[in-house]
Structures are given as structure tokens and as C-alpha cells.
Ligand binder design. Structure first.
Ligand code: F6P
Length: 749
């Protein structure tokens, strides 16, 4: 088998196998064929093409010729695999514009013939004659017999001009502390890096709302204030419960499917409207389970209670909401809960408990963001928001006294209103409600537990903090940010009032000892502390505990950037494992300068990359920080489309192209991944980013960074595949006690 090249008397390079005895002619195995044309002059408008017999193109129509790709400034290349027992391959080179066929110049001379791995005839220059003008280009043809395994392992290297990778074999964790000598185009000396100079505005929908009080992002009360129906039926005096819960929900139209209109073989049925039911009735009468399998027609399971299929289109939204828009473990857990768990387990209420200024609202906001990102339909219900609507923003400390019956009653009433809203939302498909209030007495918690009966499972989440400095910081933030003090111009007066509000709460505070609970004791600083869990089981509660153990509010930046421009980016090819282009290499040096400057006082910072060359090479010039490779940070796996351009996918696999266009979030490349798959595999990365206390620079890829960014910016799942994620731009996420803020630096165009 010929692997080398030699030059003949005319100086024309050709495959050594030609000179030997047809050594490629071995049983017609699978061939990897590489055709190259040397050409310094082509300007990119006229491109070398190849056309010919099966299995190359199967047509001598110049319109169908395959375009060669620019491999370097002077070399064009086309490589392909010829199946085992292939036909004789005959072909020719031609010059023509990328799209369209004219003007088209076909090489002179006979067809080039490759038969059973051996090239027949001499390997000659390609000669093109266009009127008076004659062009001669050197041709290099290689045909190697390869096993499928070799092929898989080597194709990427071939794509990279047979150049061995410069990064393979480096350990998962590395640190290069030596300064880089003589860096071209981007050395510290040649790159003036004034951070402010590179600052660009973040898009308006992004995470630039860090100064917004977290509670303000909570669910807006749905009820304009009427009295809380349920609350009025509840007697606190004897702590008994009225058995008739007033019907506070409006009837909702429900459609029952007409089985006679079932679509044969699909289990799908037409639906018709037959009347109105309360949401509770509605739930009971619909036990059909819709499992979202991604793109395509829904596959509908049979109702366990009847021989018909239970599915209706209007009900789809509600039922679908019970299923998270998620993949893998999250979806599996949701299905298991749907099928096996008690009814109320389908809905989970995380009920915060704690004195004011213990970080409850920030914990609630963070947890909401995390669960939403995983695909759980989650909402934050802040009782303070209800109180402000019902009773106004200005309530002095007396309103919060435990021995002020009107105050206690008013507060219980707004808590019941918020709980009613939350349950109503769950009955419309909401999955996890985060109920944010002090809930600091047993009596209040009893009321909530009674309301939850038959509707949702409650887990109390108590935040206890004994660190006086943290409490003091939280109090100050509260005076600055809470709408409760927005009309109090005098900081000191606000401060005094809030301190006596706190005293009032402390007098009646009863720690949680009942039901299922998670107690976080002195954990907000991220310096240890304690977490106690009682009577907690199940997938989601387990994930919540894990998240809470790892999160903290220590401020630190997280820098997100794509790798520098890759050779595949230049050729509009997706996936692959290509090297950086020249521009990409310049970015890697600029990035290194940026990181050096931005993190110069951050000894413990670290650099995270994927395991693909383009991110590792982008991190290359950065010195002095540990570099960690994560497989989870690899680009979305585009499966059989890996290495193609979008144009090629559209042309060769139009159904795949259309399916992805229709639902980019759920669409899974054949033998590859969907965005939902990517989100799923990024969860450990998010947990680790939450847990880290020092800055982290994440150098990854477009799809992966969209998913990570959406977490910090709290962007809905459906938007993730469409988030703008430009090259050569750093998104700095500042994590802190007030939430998340964003800055963007564009280092290059
Ligand atoms: O084109 C660069 C790239 O990182 C590809 O490797 C990847 O398939 C693609 O972006 C992801 O973006 P999209 O989901 O928009 O195709």
C-alpha cells in the first residue's frame, strides 16, 4: 500500500504505489482516497472540483461535481472513502465557480482511473486550457486501504493535513507556568489590553439585572386582592380545618377524546369538547401519560383505566407541563414519579423557613433558576410581594409583632393567598413551587400543610445563620434593595425599623422539627456549615439537597468564552476536532493577556476547557493557572453530520435539516446529541461552578456555552439554542450576594 510520495523526472509528485506493482490491489478493501491539487493562484471564486463515476459522484454533469476544500493557501483537497469491493473509479478535475457550472474548464487528457486501489496510468499534472491560456497544477493522489477502526481514528487527522495533533496526550489537569517566549501578534508587549476598551453592551435580555431585588423576579400574584377564600375557612383558634374547601378556581374547559377518531396505528385521537370541570376533577379523570420523546409525532400510551386512548390536544399543555422539557435522568425521574408516585408527589413545594435576613430569598431565587434550567417547571412565590400588594409597602415593625393579632392575621392571609396561587399553578401543570416567606411558627406551617394535603408534597427548607457579619450584610442589602424600604429615605431609620422587625420575629420563632425538611445551618458563606435532612427521598429532593450543599453566595467572576476561530469555522463545518485558524491563534494570545490582567490577583483561579483541540489550544498561551479538561464541555455531538456544513446537511439530509429547524432544543442528530442532552451532561459543570469559590475561565463551544449561559441568565430552555454566542468575546458573569451580573468584552472582530 503506498503511503509516501516521490517525484518523477518532471518533478511531478505521485504516489509511490504507482511505481510498484499495484500493491493497493488487495482484495478490494475499503479505501481512503485523498485528492489534492496545488494551486497558488486560485482566488476563491474559481474552485477546483472533481467529478466522475460511482462511488465518487456517479455523474459526469459538471453541475454535480464535488468542490475541493482549501486546505492551505496553496493546496486544495478532497478526501472520501470508497467502500469495499468498489467499482473502478474514474474521475477528472475541473475548475468552476463554487455554485453553478459556468464558466467551467475540464482538465485535458483521459479520465483518471483508480481500480482496486491502484491508480492506472501515470500520475500527471492537471492541465486546463481556457482559450489561449494554459494552467498546469500539480496533483497528489493517495489511496490507502483502511479498516473501519483505522478510518474512524484517522479521519480527523487527515482532515488536518495529516498533521499529528499538537495537544494529544496532555493530562486532564495541567499547569504551564513558564512564560511564553516571543509570542507573535499577541504578546503582552504587542497587545495593549485596556479592559474597558473592549467592553461591549450585553444584550438587553441577558443577566444584567443583578441589582434587581431577587424577590421582585418572583411570580406575580394572580388574584387581585380579594380575601383568601381558603384562609377564611381555616380556624387558627382551634387549629382545625374546615372540610369544605371553597372552590376558588374557575372551571377550566376540558376536552375528552373521541376514540372513534383515533388515527390508526398511532394511538392518536381527535378530540372534542364536552364540558367544564374543576382542575381537580380534571386531573383525576386524566391519567394518560404524555411522554415527550422529542421531535416527531407524540406516541400516546394507553389509558390504564380504559380501553381507549386518553389524549386531548387542549389537555396536552397541562399534561406536558408535568413532564419536564428535559432529557435523560430528569425525564426518567419525572416519568417514574408520574407512574408510580402518589398524586401529590407530582408537585413539590419547597417552603422556606427562617428569620428575615437569612438569605431565604436569594436561596429561593437560585434554586428556582437551577430547577428551571434542568427542565422542571418551577416558580418562586414570594409572600412579601403579596403583602405589599394587599397592605402596601410601608408597614412598620409593629405589623410583624407576634402579639399583634391584626398583623398576624393579615400576614397569614397573604400567605394563604400565595399558597392558593401556587396550588392553582401546580394544577395547571406547574411542578415545583418555591414558597418564600419566614413561615417561622408551627401554626403557620400547619396551615400550609393542610392546604397542601392532596395537592402537593411539602419540604421545608430552613436557613439558619449565626454569623453576625453575614446577618449585618444582609440587613444592609435589605434596606438598600427591598421595596419595603424604597420609600424610606433615611437609611438609619430603615435600619432601626428592620432590626426591631427582626426582634419581633425572633421572639416567636420555632425551628422546624416536623415533616420533611432540609436545614441549612451557616452554609451561605460556603465555608462548611451543616446541612440536616429529615424524611427526604426521591430524585428531585435528592438533587435539591445536592445543589444546596454546593451553592454559596461568595462573590467571584466566571468568564465564558468560545475557542478562537477554528479551521472548521473558516470552512463553515460543524463539529470535528480541528486546529485554530491564524485568527484563532491571535485570539488565544489576546485571551491570555486578558486573563493575566483580569485575574492577576486571583491566585486560585482555574481554566476549564473541553477535550477538543480548539479549546485546549486557545487556553495554550495562558500561564500560571491550572487547566482542567472536561469531556462534558465538548461541543454538541452532531453525530452523522459531524464535519458537514449546514448547506451540505440541507442538501443531503433535508429531513434532518427541517426537523432541527422545527425544534432545535429537542432535535437529536442521528447518533449524536440534542441541546437537551447537552444540558443534562452539563449539570455537574454547573454544580462545580456553583461550588467553586475562586474565578473560573470556561473555554468551550457555541452550543455548550449557550446552555451554561442560559443557567446564569435564567433564560428559558426554548431560547437556549438561539442565544447569540459570538466568537472572540468574553462573557463575564459576576456571581454575588445580589444575584448575577454580566459584562462582555469583545477582544477581536
Ligand atoms: O459552528 C460551530 C459550532 O460550534 C458547531 O461545531 C456546532 O455544531 C454548532 O456550532 C452548534 O450551533 P448550532 O446548534 O446553532 O448548530
Amino acid at each position: 500500500m503506498g503511503t509516501g510520495t516521490s517525484k518523477d523526472a518532471d518533478g511531478v509528485a505521485h504516489d509511490e504505489s504507482d511505481d510498484r506493482d499495484g500493491s493497493l490491489d488487495q482484495a478490494g478493501g475499503q479505501l481512503y482516497v485523498s485528492l489534492k491539487m496545488e494551486n497558488y493562484k486560485l482566488n476563491g471564486k474559481i474552485i477546483p472540483h472533481v467529478y466522475g463515476s460511482v462511488p465518487l459522484v456517479g455523474s459526469w454533469d459538471p453541475c454535480k461535481a464535488l468542490s475541493m476544500e482549501r486546505e492551505s493557501a496553496s493546496m486544495w483537497e478532497l478526501s472520501f472513502v470508497v467502500p469495499p469491493n468498489h467499482e473502478t473509479l474514474d474521475f477528472k478535475f475541473l475548475l468552476k465557480p463554487k455554485y453553478g457550472s459556468a464558466p467551467c474548464v475540464i482538465e485535458e487528457g483521459a479520465h483518471r482511473v483508480l481500480s482496486r486501489g491502484a491508480l492506472q496510468g501515470e500520475s500527471r499534472l492537471a492541465v486546463f486550457r481556457n482559450g489561449e491560456e494554459t494552467l498546469e497544477h500539480k496533483i497528489f493522489i493517495k489511496a490507502d486501504q483502511v479498516s473501519p477502526f483505522d478510518l474512524a481514528a484517522s479521519w480527523r487527522a487527515y482532515q488536518e493535513n495529516l498533521r499529528p495533533s499538537t495537544v494529544r496526550g496532555i493530562p486532564d489537569v495541567s499547569i504551564n507556568s513558564a512564560p511564553i517566549a516571543g509570542a507573535e501578534n499577541g504578546s503582552s508587549a504587542s497587545l495593549e489590553l485596556d479592559l474597558e476598551h473592549y467592553l461591549v453592551p450585553a444584550p438587553s435580555t441577558s443577566a444584567n439585572s443583578g441589582m434587581v431585588y431577587a424577590a421582585n423576579n418572583a411570580e406575580n400574584p394572580r388574584f387581585t386582592i380579594t380575601d383568601a377564600a381558603w384562609y377564611n375557612s381555616y380556624s387558627f383558634k382551634d387549629a382545625s380545618i374546615s372540610s369544605d374547601r371553597p372552590p376558588t378556581y374557575k372551571g377550566i374547559e376540558v376536552v375528552i377524546p373521541d376514540p372513534s377518531k383515533a388515527y390508526p396505528g398511532t394511538g392518536m385521537v381527535d378530540s372534542k369538547s364536552v364540558g367544564t370541570f374543576s382542575p381537580l376533577q380534571r386531573q383525576d379523570s386524566h391519567r394518560g401519560l404524555f411522554v415527550d420523546r422529542g421531535v416527531g409525532s407524540p406516541r400516546l400510551p394507553k389509558s390504564p383505566s380504559s380501553s381507549t386512548f386518553t389524549f386531548d390536544l387542549k389537555h396536552e399543555a397541562a399534561t406536558k407541563n408535568l413532564m419536564p422539557a428535559a432529557a435523560g435522568a430528569v425525564a426518567a425521574a419525572a416519568v417514574a414519579d408520574q407512574m408510580l408516585g402518589p398524586k401529590e408527589d407530582k408537585h413539590l413545594a419547597i417552603v422556606l423557613v427562617g428569620l428575615p435576613a437569612r438569605g431565604k430569598t436569594f436561596t429561593a431565587a437560585k434554586l428556582t433558576r437551577y430547577l428551571r434550567w434542568l427542565g422542571h417547571n418551577t416558580k418562586h412565590f414570594n409572600v412579601g410581594k403579596y403583602r405589599r400588594i394587599k397592605h402596601g409597602t410601608i408597614q412598620n415593625a409593629d405589623f410583624f409583632r407576634g402579639d399583634n393579632p391584626e398583623g398576624v392575621e393579615a400576614r397569614n392571609e397573604v400567605a394563604a393567598l400565595a399558597m392558593e396561587d401556587m396550588i392553582a399553578w401546580m394544577q395547571e401543570g406547574g411542578q415545583v413551587g418555591i414558597f418564600d416567606a419566614t413561615n417561622s411558627t408551627r401554626e403557620r406551617r400547619n396551615m400550609l400543610m393542610k392546604m397542601a394535603e392532596g395537592n402537593c408534597k411539602i419540604i421545608f427548607l430552613e436557613t439558619l445563620c449565626n454569623d453576625k457579619r453575614i446577618i449585618e450584610r444582609n440587613i444592609r442589602l435589605k434596606i438598600q434593595q427591598s421595596p419595603d424600604y424604597s420609600e424610606q429615605p433615611d437609611f438609619e431609620a430603615g435600619y432601626e425599623d428592620f432590626k426591631s422587625r427582626l426582634d419581633n420575629y425572633e421572639k416567636v420563632y420555632e425551628p422546624v422539627e416536623e415533616g420533611s425538611y432540609i436545614k441549612m445551618i451557616d452554609m451561605v458563606s460556603g465555608n462548611g456549615g451543616q446541612i440536616q435532612v429529615n424524611n427526604i427521598s426521591g430524585y428531585l429532593p435528592g438533587r435539591i439537597v445536592f445543589f444546596l450543599v454546593n451553592m454559596h453566595l461568595t462573590p467571584r467572576p466566571i468568564l465564558l468564552t468560545r475557542h478562537g476561530e477554528s479551521r472548521y469555522n473558516v470552512r463553515s463545518r460543524i463539529g470535528g476536532d480541528s486546529l485554530l485558524s491564524d485568527t484563532g491563534e491571535i485570539y488565544s494570545k489576546k485571551l491570555s493577556n486578558f486573563v493575566e490582567k483580569r485575574l492577576k490577583s486571583e491566585k486560585a483561579a482555574s481554566i476549564w476547557t473541553s477535550t477538543l483541540q480548539r479549546t485546549i489550544l486557545t487556553a495554550g498561551p495562558i500561564v500560571g493557572f491550572p487547566k482542567i479538561q472536561w469531556r462534558a464541555l465538548d461541543e454538541i455531538n452532531s453525530g452523522v453530520c459531524d464535519g458537514m456544513t449546514y448547506e451540505e446537511i440541507k442538501r443531503n439530509m433535508p429531513e434532518e435539516y427541517e426537523s432541527r429547524k422545527k425544534d432545535k432544543l429537542r432535535y437529536r442528530y442521528p447518533r449524536g446529541e440534542s441541546y437537551l442532552d447537552v444540558i443534562q451532561r452539563l449539570e455537574p459543570v454547573i454544580i462545580e461552578l456553583e461550588r467553586q469559590r475562586a474565578p473560573v475561565v470556561v473555554i468551550s463551544h457555541q452550543a455548550v456555552l449557550r446552555a451554561l449561559y442560559a443557567y446564569f441568565a435564567d433564560r428559558p430552555l426554548k431560547e437556549i439554542p438561539h442565544i447569540e454566542m459570538p466568537l472572540h468575546t468574553i462573557i463575564e458573569i459576576q456571581m454575588g450576594v445580589t444575584g448575577v451580573q454580566e459584562k462582555r468584552y469583545k477582544l477581536m472582530d
